[in-house]
Structures are given as structure tokens and as C-alpha cells.
Design a protein around this ligand. Structure first.
Ligand SMILES: CC(=O)N[C@H]1[C@@H](OP(=O)(O)OP(=O)(O)OC[C@H]2O[C@@H](n3ccc(=O)[nH]c3=O)[C@H](O)[C@@H]2O)O[C@H](CO)[C@H](O)[C@@H]1O
Ligand SMILES: [Mn+2]
Length: 253
């Protein structure tokens, strides 16, 4: 196990400030946002300055959460795309724009999360790095031929081979690195649209392609986004973030 104090001391000394982006659009807001934010206050980057950027089409419904000093929430209005695939993919453009217009005034690092998750253990400054991505809980132990990269040569996300299979529910890093990643994914998503194709796992497929070409500087273990449905968990010492129950039929547009 790493020495968490050493990481924290370094970042407190450098006055590191972290942005967390999360999207809660449509029915996902009521279903997940409160648990996500309250659990983040218990486990995410404690001791550091944190700004939660909540992107939603329903700003008046964002729950008010009790926050520790040095931490705050900023609500950012976004439109609700009619297809859930676009709600997921267009996050790349929104994050890129927010880094440029807003986040760079306040923060050194940005971490981008799906909302359908709950913090359960320390998710601290050890996770910070220039360019950070997460090993997908379902694939970190799987043989490479099982990785679900996009295999359609017509899509910009097409890959024959790669290093790992990454999960798009958590990624982050220095602002300029994350901006580079989100710009890349958005451009390729739009090019696919012009060609009438959609990558197999949407933004996640493009993210996997990006990190094949632009190697990350830090890999997070599946402890940082674990699915409790998986029975085999010998490698998992601490569940730091877990998947919330899915309800695609009830919650997606
Ligand atoms: C089975 C499936 O679908 N997989 C996709 C989806 O996994 P997930 O099943 O985890 O997708 P999801 O339904 O959690 O959607 C991704 C995120 O978009 C936001 N959201 C989505 C829909 C909505 O109506 N409102 C809303 O706010 C929310 O923050 C959510 O967590 O996302 C991944 C990226 O993480 C990949 O893109 C996958 O292709
Ligand atoms: Mn999700």
C-alpha cells in the first residue's frame, strides 16, 4: 500500500487545486447525484481545494450538500441531447469548453466522472498525475482478444490492438492534457457522425484510441471504479469507488 501522507503533503504544499466534472442530465440527477456528491465529500481528495462542476439541464434541482471549507460546487447548465449516446459523447466537448472558459482560472488538475457511482474509500492525491486513466474492472484480468475496442474500420475509434482496456467513467490529469484528450475524442466523434458511424462504446472507444496513441502517465487500478457484481476480487484491497446499480430502461431518455 502507498504512503498516502506523502502524496497529500506534497500537494498541500503546492496548494494543488482539483476540479471534478460530473454530468447529471435528465433522470440521472434524481437517481444518482446526491449520493455521488455526498460520498465525494467523504473520500475525494480530502485536504485539497476541490471544485465540483455539475453539468445539468435542471440546475434548480441540484441538491445542496454540506461542504468542507475550501470546497465548492459550481452548477453549469447544459442542453439535454435527445439520445443518451449523445449525452454521453458530448461531454467531451463540454469539458473541453469548460476547461478553457472556467476551470483554468481556478484549478491545476481536472478529474472527470460518470455520476452513477459512489465513493466508498480514499480516492486521494495519489490518483493525481499528468494524464490519468483507469483499468476497466471487467477487463483488467482478461486476455487482450476480449477487449471491446471498436473494430469497425469506418470509425475513427477503430483499433486492432492496444495496451489495456480503459473505462471512460473516470479519467483526469493536468488541464492541458485533459483538454487534448477531450478535443481529440470530440473531433473524432464528429467525424464519425459525418460518416454515419458510431463507435461501439461511444466516447469510451475514442478514449481507448487516444490513450493507445498518447500514453497515460498514471494507471488507476480497478479499486478506483469497482463493480460489485464481479465475484473474483482477490486483487481489490480497498473499494474506493463503486458502480451504482444501473437502470437503463427507467433512467435513459
Ligand atoms: C452500456 C453502455 O451504455 N456503455 C456506455 C456508457 O456506460 P454507462 O452504462 O456507465 O453509461 P451511463 O448510462 O452511466 O452514461 C454515462 C454518463 O452520462 C451521464 N448521463 C447519461 C445519460 C443520461 O440520461 N443522463 C446523464 O447524465 C451521466 O453522468 C452518466 O454517468 O458510458 C461509457 C463511458 O463512461 C461508454 O460510453 C459506454 O459506451
Ligand atoms: Mn456510468
Amino acid at each position: 500500500m502507498f504512503e498516502s501522507d506523502l502524496y497529500d503533503q506534497k500537494h498541500i504544499q503546492h496548494q494543488t487545486s482539483v476540479a471534478l466534472t460530473v454530468f447529471a442530465v435528465g433522470r440521472y440527477l434524481d437517481a444518482y447525484l446526491k449520493t455521488f456528491l455526498t460520498s465525494a465529500e467523504q473520500h475525494f481528495m480530502l485536504g485539497l481545494k476541490v471544485t465540483y462542476y455539475v453539468f445539468t439541464d435542471l440546475p434548480e434541482k441540484v441538491p445542496s450538500i454540506e461542504l468542507a471549507p475550501n470546497r465548492n460546487v459550481k452548477i453549469m447548465q447544459v442542453e439535454k441531447h435527445s439520445r443518451w449516446q449523445d449525452i454521453s459523447m458530448m461531454r467531451m466537448k463540454t469539458i473541453s469548453d469548460a476547461i478553457e472558459s472556467e476551470i483554468h482560472h481556478h484549478c491545476n488538475y481536472v478529474f472527470c466522472f460518470d455520476v452513477d457511482q459512489e465513493f466508498k474509500g480514499r480516492f486521494g492525491s495519489e490518483a493525481l498525475g499528468d494524464s490519468v486513466v483507469l483499468l476497466h474492472a471487467w477487463y483488467y484480468n482478461a486476455p487482450k482478444y476480449k477487449y471491446t475496442y471498436d473494430r469497425n474500420p469506418r470509425s475513427k475509434a477503430f483499433m486492432e490492438t492496444g495496451d489495456y482496456y480503459y473505462h471512460a467513467a473516470v479519467f483526469g490529469g493536468l488541464l492541458e492534457k485533459v483538454k487534448n484528450l477531450t478535443d481529440y475524442c470530440f473531433l473524432n466523434i464528429m467525424e464519425d457522425k459525418l460518416n454515419n458511424v458510431e463507435a461501439l462504446w461511444h466516447d469510451e472507444s475514442h478514449l481507448n484510441k487516444y490513450f493507445w496513441i498518447n500514453k497515460p502517465s498514471r494507471l488507476l487500478s480497478p479499486e478506483y471504479c469497482w463493480d460489485q457484481v464481479i465475484m473474483e476480487k482477490r486483487d481489490i484491497n480497498v473499494m474506493r469507488l463503486i458502480w451504482a446499480p444501473k437502470d437503463y430502461v427507467g433512467l435513459r431518455p
